[in-house]
Ligand binder design. Structure first.
Ligand code: ADP
Length: 476
């Protein structure tokens, strides 16, 4: 296991200061990585700048071959990579394996999609002219990623950036740098030229400032909180650095009277309790129509109470620890606020004690009768808590669902095809799971509206994020 930073072809150790990486399930220190800052970020940008001319001049076929090798190596090493992820992040091993495959799928998709970047020749307004439109790589890029999907959040930025001919500096979250470093090792082994991918760990604010004040960086792609996203928007003004932002969400989950209740419960379980509820697309508000409410809540409660809590490394575990102490304290705050304001606890509502483990496990929870004045009704809980509320009719449910400054993911269940299209059109969200609790996939556009972000990742859409359009007015 490498615990260093990759700058160009060099694996760099920290100059004395290090950041500890701990297993959230046990508090055990598993590694320490360099506490880099502006100087390290600058060196990484220089390495990415030096690598750019050669990388961008290669054919998309050539770049695609290397990217496919990276994806294949990730799949070959799925088991050790998944274990490493569970150790630094806490998620159950089965989910970590799934994430490695999911991460590899973004790189694999991009490897192919790079070959399909095209241009246009448009009719001109004068006989002796032609209009040529070409797409070119943006140049040196950077990504800043969160801890909840330590591998996938990098892969879905890195894959397309590299496929388009850009180079990249990766700044992973402080809690989960090891998955990022492992990916960089694989990339070098797959034949990626030094400097095309660089990894810098350490002081996020200092690294961020360097990335935005350095004019060589033409684009930053960020996944994280809306709060930090807004700071980056301000910083990007300095050099008019292009930005892609995938920020917070507050997903509504609607269940109509005509829904398939079993499917709705399964969708709710997959979207809400995966990764202990620590995803930006997981439902934060369940609105259930009154006629089906009792059946849905009974099904959900039974499924929630059957979840197995424990160390993610143990086979069969479905709920691991939360990422750190502030995370579990936030969940506790949200639940006690809801109960004080009249919410009814259906199940869970407290920490779970797991023999021999850290005190960082929270019981999967359901709170009924939540109201808009509760903190969990407007802030992301980022934990395994489902707030439920009854609704009477479609208009009311859609109005409640849209009453949020966020607009990332939304979900609803119905068997009425007309309603399906009507509600899908009316939901003010970038992603709609219509009878689907897990819509994310490599070929689809992922991203939000309102304060949930700018830009899209995935599919052919992400390729616009890493290419510039150039117009050549061609006189004959
Ligand atoms: P979370 O609350 O999920 O940890 P953050 O937005 O705080 O989300 O973190 C997401 C990523 O942004 C992490 O890699 C973190 O280190 C980084 N980050 C945090 N603050 C800043 C900042 N001021 N500038 C640049 N990156 C930052």
């Amino acid at each position: 296991m490498q615990d260093r930073n990759l700058i160009g072809s060099e694996w760099i150790s920290g100059s004395g200061e290090e950041i500890d990486v701990t297993n959230p399930a046990t508090n055990e220190k598993i590694a320490s990585v360099p506490n880099g800052g502006a100087a390290e970020a600058r060196r990484a940008v220089t390495a990415a700048t030096e690598a750019l001319p050669e990388w961008r001049s290669r054919t998309a076929f050539d770049r695609g071959k290397i990217l496919r090798r990276i994806a294949n190596l990730m799949l070959e090493r799925q088991e050790p990579l998944a274990e490493l992820m569970t150790r630094e992040q806490g998620k159950p091993l089965a989910e970590a394996r799934g994430e490695i495959a999911y991460a590899a799928s973004f790189i694999d998709w991009a490897a192919e999609e790079g070959k399909r970047l095209d241009g246009e020749l448009l009719p001109a307004s004068a006989e002796n002219k032609r209009i040529l439109v070409m797409r070119q790589p943006v140049g040196v890029t950077a990504c800043i990623t969160p801890w909840n999907f330590p591998s996938a959040m990098i892969a879905r930025k890195l894959g397309p950036a590299l496929a388009c001919g850009c180079t990249m500096v990766v700044k992973p979250a402080e809690q989960t740098p090891l998955s990022a470093i492992a990916l960089a090792e694989i990339a070098l082994e797959a034949g990626l030229p030094p400097g095309v991918m660089n990894v810098v760990t350490g002081d996020a604010a200092a690294i961020g400032e360097e990335l935005f004040s350095n004019p060589a960086v033409r684009k930053v792609s960020f996944t994280g909180s809306t709060e930090v996203g807004k700071i980056l928007i301000k910083q990007s003004a300095q050099n008019v650095t292009r930005l892609s932002l995938e920020l917070g969400g507050h997903a509504p989950f609607l269940v109509f009277d005509d829904a398939d209740v079993k499917a709705a419960v399964a969708g709710a379980m997959a979207s809400k309790y995966r990764n202990m509820g620590q995803t930006c697309v997981c439902p934060n508000r369940f609105y259930v129509q009154q006629g089906i409410y009792d059946e849905f809540v009974a099904g959900l409660t039974a499924a929630v109470e059957a979840l197995r809590i424990g160390s993610g490394l143990e086979e069969g575990i479905e709920v691991g620890p939360l990422i750190d102490d502030p995370a579990i304290e936030k969940v506790e705050r949200h639940v006690s606020d809801a109960l004080e304001k009249g919410g009814k606890l259906r199940t869970g509502g407290k920490r779970a004690k797991v023999e021999g483990m850290a005190d960082r496990f929270y019981m999967p929870t359901i709170v009924e009768d939540f109201t808009p004045d509760m903190t969990m009704a407007c802030e992301e809980t980022f934990g395994p808590v489902s707030p439920l509320r009854r609704f009477r009719h479609e208009d009311e449910a859609v109005e409640w669902a849209n009453d949020s400054p966020y607009g990332l993911a939304s979900y609803f269940y119905t068997r009425d095809a007309s309603r399906l299209m009507r509600v899908a059109e009316r939901l003010e969200y970038g992603i709609v799971g219509a009878n689907d609790g897990t819509p994310s996939t490599a070929q689809a556009p992922f991203g939000g509206v309102k304060q949930s972000g700018i830009g899209r990742e995935g599919g052919r859409y992400v390729m616009h994020e890493y290419t510039e359009i150039k117009y050549v007015s061609w006189g004959l």
